[in-house]
Design a protein around this ligand. Sequence first.
Ligand code: 1HN
Length: 352
Amino acid sequence: MATVQQSPNRAQALEAYYQELRQFSTAPLWTVLKSLLTPTPQPRAVPFIWRWRELRPYVYRAGELIGTEEAERRVVMLCNPGLDGAAAVTNTLYAGLQLILPGEIARTHRHTAAAIRFIVEGHGAYTAVDGERTLMNPGDLVLTPNWTWHDHGNESAEPMVWLDGLDLPLVNAIDAMFFEEYPQTVQPVTKALDDSRRKYAQGTLLPAYERHLGHYSPLLNYTWERTHAALIELAAHDTGSPYDGVVLEYVNPRTGGPVLPTMACYAQLLPPGFEGQARRRSISAIFHVVEGEGYTEVGNQRLDWQAKDTFCVPSWAPCRHVNTSSGKPAFLFSFTDAPVLQALGLYREAAE
Ligand code: 1HN
């Protein structure tokens, strides 16, 4: 039989032993095992809402204080209060509110973090990705996949604000960040305006002469016009999911899969009076309110939202949406790290 030292000095001996282990850059597993093997995910990120009414003046103040030339990107980042000021909403996802004023350019660069833009206000500024430009309007979803050259410019007469979503915390956590500046401020335009819209927005008929080989969607801009129409049309005949109402995933038309390998995007319509059921998922999600009013219960927090607010749902928090807009549907946009969890066999969900 194994013998364990039981003398009154055992505690002291253990402490001394731990101390000695340290000098060899080692440590005992048994003192931390329970904090490593938690029965369920224990995210440090907390449920939180960033209210547009509060943030809007600060986003525009940045426009008086700094230019895009100096800033590279003029963004007010959303920092989760549970993550000690890190540039992160959750351990995998980043979000920020970016402002570009009339006449400004945000110069061309590329990086291995992938990005999405969801337009909050303004009309007609452009994003260019690998030679193609699109003009952006409120509710449009614009993709900037991993390692694609991208720049923004505002040739319209109004400021534009959009929500940036990136997989930046994930890419940095796995030490996979690369970044490069393009030799010119503005990359050459080599394709027709919205070239990919004509080729790929009609997802059931795709150009047979062009094989898009990237592991991301070839469609640059998923316009709100189409997304909104699709939701309205579907909601007229279908109540959707008890958790999410009428929810659509933005997909890669070549594969039917997520728009980016690390991030999935969704648009959902909560019918008038919708009171969702609660569910947990092993993913983190960032929601942006397009239209309407309501609240989302995340764990024991009630996040009351209205148009242009942004909120987060950390992994495994029970989440339940309620639409309180009187007699009207509410529209939510969201993006998540679901493709990562799916690819690694880590995705789980459970009804509450
Ligand atoms: C970036 O490249 C953009 O291109 C926005 O607009 C926000 C945040 C972190 C790293 C790169 C952009 C970003 C970013």
